[in-house]
Design a protein around this ligand. Structure first.
Ligand code: GLV
Ligand code: MN
Ligand code: MN
Length: 413
C-alpha cells in the first residue's frame, strides 16, 4: 500500500488496454490475434515500441547479449538491488493479444502509475521483456531467461537455428537487439510476472486473481525415427523400413500412459514431420516433438523414462533406428513464500476475489525463480483459451492483475 494512504494506489486500466491494443497492431493476424515470432521484423517492431514507451517515461534501457530488454526506473536507496517485473513480447505464430505482452505492458503501467503519483521506491524497478519465451521459432522456450539465469549457455542459445537455418545471434544482430549488457542476474531483490492464466481454473471458480504458488515441470522431446525411403506403389509392405510404423505404435502408447496419470499429466504432440514429405514416398525419417508436463518431479521423471522406452522398443520391433533428445527440461518450481504472500496481500488490499494455484503453463519466472525470490499473478482469460488467435481477456481483469502487480511491488521492503 502507498505510504500514508488507506486505499491502495491503483493503475490506469484504460491506458493499459490502449497500450495492449496498440501493441496488438504489430503482427496483427486476420483472425484477430498476434504473430510476433521471436526475432522477426514484427518482434523488432514490438520491442522498438516498448523501448520508446519506456524512454518516454524516463527509464534507462539496456539490452543484454541474448536480447533481453531491461528498462530501469531508479530507486532512492543507493546500491539497492532492483525489483524485476515483466514477461515476454514474442508470440506463437497464431498467438493471442495477451500472452506475455500483458505482463510487459503491465510493468510499464506500474512505472507510469508510480511516476504520475510521485511515488519513489527504495529500490530500482526494472521492466523486463525476456527474449523468445515461446520457443515457437527457436527451441527451447524461455531462452532469454534461461541464459540470464545460467540454465543455458549463451553460446548454445546463439547457435540455435530456426527451420530455415537462421541463427539466433544473427537474427538478434539483424533486428538490432544483440545487446552489450552482460547476460547474468546480479543481485535481484524480487521478481514478479503477471500473466493471463491460459487455462480455465479462475473462470470456473469465479475468481479474478490467481496467486500463483509455483509452476509444473515441463520437458520437450525431439524424437527421430530413421528408416529407408522407397516407392509407395512398388515396395511390398513387408519389404519396407517405414518410420511411421513405429509412430503408429508409440504415439497411442504415450497417450495411454498419460491417461493413467490423470488429472495431472499432460502430453502434447505439437510437431510432426515426415521427410521428405511426399504422398508417394515412404519417409526416410520422421520427427515428433512432444511436450510432457507434470507438477511432481518424480512422476515427470517416470513418465519421461516410459516415453523413451516406448519409442525405442517400437523402433526396435520394426528394425528402425530411433532417438530421443531432450530439448527442454524445467523441473517444477515453488515460488518464494515472501513473494506469494506479497501477491496475496496486494490482492486482499484491493478487495479482489483471489485463489492460490499452480501454473499449468511455463513462464520465464521458472528460470528467474532459481536466482531470485519470485512470484506470479494470474488473471482469467475467456474459456481458458490461449495459444490461439481467439485468446480474450477482460479489461477489468487485466487492470486488477496490474493493480496486484503494483501492490506486490510496494509490499516489498
Ligand atoms: C508457454 O508458452 C508454455 O509452453 O507453457
Ligand atoms: Mn506467456
Ligand atoms: Mn505462450
Amino acid at each position: 500500500m502507498a505510504e500514508g494512504t488507506a486505499r491502495p494506489l491503483t493503475t490506469d486500466g484504460d491506458r493499459l488496454w490502449r497500450s495492449l491494443m496498440d501493441m496488438a497492431e504489430i503482427g496483427a493476424t486476420t483472425a484477430g490475434g498476434s504473430n510476433r515470432l521471436a526475432l522477426t521484423d514484427a518482434d523488432k517492431a514490438g520491442r522498438d515500441l516498448f523501448v520508446r514507451w519506456c524512454r518516454d517515461v524516463g527509464c534507462s534501457v539496456e539490452v543484454d547479449a541474448i536480447g533481453n530488454i531491461f528498462a530501469r526506473r531508479e530507486g532512492v536507496r543507493p546500491g539497492a538491488a532492483p525489483v524485476l517485473i515483466g514477461s515476454h513480447l514474442d508470440t506463437q505464430a497464431t498467438g493471442g493479444r495477451f500472452d506475455g505482452v500483458y505482463g510487459v505492458l503491465a510493468a510499464l503501467e506500474v512505472i507510469r502509475t508510480l511516476n504520475d503519483a510521485g511515488v519513489h521506491t527504495e529500490f530500482p524497478i526494472e521492466a523486463v521483456a525476456w527474449t523468445n519465451e515461446e520457443g515457437a521459432r527457436f527451441a527451447p522456450a524461455m531462452m532469454g531467461s534461461a541464459v540470464w539465469s545460467g540454465a543455458q549457455a549463451l553460446a548454445d542459445a546463439h547457435a540455435r537455428t530456426d527451420r530455415s537455418g537462421c541463427r539466433v545471434d544473427e537474427e538478434l544482430r539483424r533486428i538490432g537487439y544483440l545487446g552489450d549488457r552482460h547476460c547474468v542476474p546480479g543481485p535481484v531483490r524480487a521478481a514478479f510476472e503477471v500473466h493471463i492464466e491460459q487455462g480455465p481454473v479462475l473462470e470456473r471458480a469465479g475468481r479474478q486473481i490467481g496467486v500463483v504458488t509455483g509452476i509444473q515441470g515441463v520437458r520437450w522431446f525431439e524424437i527421430g525415427v530413421d528408416g529407408t525411403s522407397c516407392h509407395a506403389g512398388t515396395t511390398p509392405m513387408d519389404a519396407r523400413r517405414d518410420p511411421i510404423r513405429a509412430l503408429s505404435e508409440f504415439l497411442p502408447e504415450l497417450h495411454r500412459l498419460v491417461d493413467r496419470h490423470q488429472p495431472l499429466a499432460r502430453l502434447t504432440v505439437g510437431r510432426l514431420a515426415a521427410i521428405p514429405g511426399a504422398y508417394n514416398t515412404v519417409p526416410k525419417r520422421a520427427t515428433v516433438g512432444v511436450d510432457l508436463r507434470h507438477p511432481d518431479a518424480a512422476v515427470l521423471d517416470d513418465l519421461a523414462a516410459a516415453l523413451e522406452s516406448s519409442v525405442l522398443a517400437a523402433c526396435e520391433r520394426h528394425g528402425l533406428s530411433g532417438s530421443v533428445r531432450v530439448e527442454l527440461d524445467c523441473a517444477p518450481v515453488s515460488f518464494a513464500p515472501e513473494c506469494v504472500d506479497a501477491v496475496q496481500r496486494a490482492a486482499d488490499a484491493c478487495g479482489y476475489h483471489a485463489m492460490r494455484m499452480v501454473s499449468g503453463a511455463a513462464h520465464d519466472s521458472m528460470h528467474v525463480a532459481r536466482v531470485a525470490p519470485t512470484g506470479m499473478i494470474f488473471v482469467p482469460c475467456e474459456d481458458g483459451v490461449s495459444h490461439n488467435e481467439a485468446e480474450r481477456a477482460r479489461p477489468e481483469d487485466l487492470e486488477a492483475g496490474c493493480n496486484v502487480l503494483l501492490g506486490a511491488v510496494l509490499e516489498l521492503r
